[in-house]
Design a binder for this molecule. Structure first.
Ligand code: GAR
Length: 201
């Protein structure tokens, strides 16, 4: 069975959904959660879900510690779920089309440096957008520029706050991310290279 590592920096609600999905379906195993901060809420979630968790700081990513850890633990597929550190090139090169990221906007809008979490929703509201959504993409060497796998949209309502918009976007993330990961992983074992989802909903 393919072994997944989830990389997260924050509270980890997506990480929890992904773990629960695979615990239920048994089609792949979340073997490790890697947290980039010792204070990340995802660490407590991992303990509750009985998934081993390791803290590797951004320095540990830069120095090669994370790369060695992934290889030693025979990780096949890497999922970024609210991960705010850079994925070093040696990891990107070692896992071609096997690292995915989720971003809480319709990229290329509201992507790039400093655009993460609530900053994205605040910027979407400040720009007066009428719709937002999610982008699931492969991770490439350039931040937020990897090929898109799936985008899903939701409306932005006139009385939205960053919190209400974030909640609507999170619902899309929970609905699509585990399923897309599963499709990609099952696709890998069929050796067929395919884009699983490549349309706008
Ligand atoms: C998610 O909305 C994810 O899309 C976003 O951080 C949130 C993490 O929430 N990621 C980015 O902004 C990456 N640029 P979670 O910790 O509850 O899963």
């Amino acid at each position: 069975m393919k072994r997944i590592a989830i990389l997260a920096s924050g509270t980890g609600t997506n990480a929890e959904r992904i773990v629960r999905y695979f615990q239920e379906k048994g089609t792949a195993e979340v073997a490790w959660i890697i947290a980039s901060r010792a204070s990340a809420g995802v660490i407590e979630r991992a303990a509750r879900l009985h998934v081993p968790c390791k803290v590797i700081t951004p320095d540990g990513f830069a120095s090669g510690e994370a790369f060695r850890f992934l290889k030693e633990n025979e990780i096949d597929f890497i999922v970024l779920a609210g991960f705010l550190s850079r994925v070093p090139d040696e990891i990107v090169h070692a896992y071609p089309q096997k690292i995915v990221n989720i971003h809480p906007s319709l990229l290329p809008k509201f992507g790039g440096k400093g655009m993460y979490g609530m900053h994205v929703h605040e910027a979407v509201l400040a720009a007066g957008e009428t719709e937002s959504g999610i982008t699931i993409q492969y991770v490439s060497e350039k931040y937020d520029e990897g090929a898109f796998i799936l985008q899903a949209k939701c409306p932005v309502l006139s009385d939205d706050t960053p919190d209400t918009l974030a909640a609507r976007v999170h619902e899309l993330e929970y609905r699509y991310y585990p399923e897309v990961i599963e499709k990609l992983i099952l696709g890998l074992s069929e050796t067929k290279k395919q884009t699983v989802y490549d349309w706008l909903i």
